[in-house]
Design a protein around this ligand. Structure first.
Ligand SMILES: [Zn+2]
Ligand SMILES: [Zn+2]
Length: 284
């Protein structure tokens, strides 16, 4: 299990590598492009080559790219869906160029249409993106906290989407804060077992390919997406110890998206806390 974090790629994709090393991350997540703007720039081959050789030098684990927050494949607005497909396609192209593990994106909202009503269209959009960008990179649906009409706060919904898409490049990123907010108790050995069993039954554990490791500012079932530093929230150090000792996460890369001690994002103290827990439970 590698423990890393979301880092900034400002100033050039490969600059993220030094930032990750600086805080002791063993793997990292970046935005391939600005998450709140539609534009994306392709990664020049030279940059991709430099990136890959720097990654090797640093001995860094798998990179994941986080898709734009604007992506809304479940929207009734066809123009918005088309823009989302184009943006996601650019991210998948970037991930392929960088040799990244995959692109993580939010299933977002069905905008009042109901989940069942959007499944086929959503699946067709994802297939379109994957068909237009052949390669090894995964497209990972992130578990959602369940606010409003958001898709993917239940494993059943994610499983339904994954089966409808029917492509082996589709996978899931489990965000510990989001599943907690969605009502899945992951902090006790028995409740975690039940959660993992449900994941396996509804989705299939083989689809679990990455974890966002975040503590939670809000309590179980709040539906609120509010990340907290590791050990300072409702999941707590004991909760993460339970989580890290579970077999299901043995070979899964973890990426922190916590506020940070100085509110400047994931930092060394947070990574150190989680790494220490990993050592304590013998998962390293
Ligand atoms: Zn996310
Ligand atoms: Zn996340």
């Amino acid at each position: 299990m590698q423990i890393g974090a979301h880092v900034s790629a400002a100033g050039g994709t490969f600059k993220a590598i030094a930032r990750a090393e600086e805080i002791g991350a063993e793997c990292f997540q970046i935005f391939a492009s600005s998450p709140r703007m539609w534009s994306s720039k392709p990664i020049p081959e030279k940059v991709a080559e430099k990136y890959k050789s720097e990654m090797q030098r640093a001995g860094m684990g798998p990179t994941v790219l986080h898709g734009k927050y604007l992506i809304a494949l479940g929207s009734p607005d066809d123009e918005l869906v088309a823009k989302s497909e184009t943006a996601l396609q650019a991210d998948v192209a970037a991930a392929n160029a960088l040799g990244a593990l995959g692109v993580i994106f939010h299933p977002a909202s069905h905008r009042g249409q109901g989940f069942e009503a959007v499944v086929d269209k959503f699946a067709a959009s994802v297939r379109k993106v994957l068909d237009s960008e052949p390669g090894d990179t995964l497209l990972m649906l992130e578990t959602s906290a369940g606010a409003g009409d958001h898709i993917g706060s239940s494993f059943a919904e994610l499983g339904t989407l994954i089966r409808a898409i029917g492509d082996d490049r589709v996978a899931v990123c489990l965000d510990t804060q989001h599943v907690w907010a969605a009502g899945y108790d992951i902090t006790g050995a028995d409740t975690l077992n039940a959660t993992i069993d449900e994941f396996d039954k509804e989705i299939g554990l083989e689809f679990l390919r990455s974890v966002h490791a975040n503590d939670s500012m809000r309590d179980l079932g709040s539906s609120v997406d509010r990340h907290e530093n590791i050990g300072e929230g409702f999941i707590g150090n004991a909760g993460f110890a339970t989580l890290l000792s579970h077999q299901a996460f043995k070979d899964i890369p973890f990426y922190l998206e916590v506020p940070g001690t100085n509110k400047s994002g994931p930092d060394r103290p947070n990574l150190d806390v989680l790494k220490k827990i990993r050592t304590q439970v013998g998962a390293g």
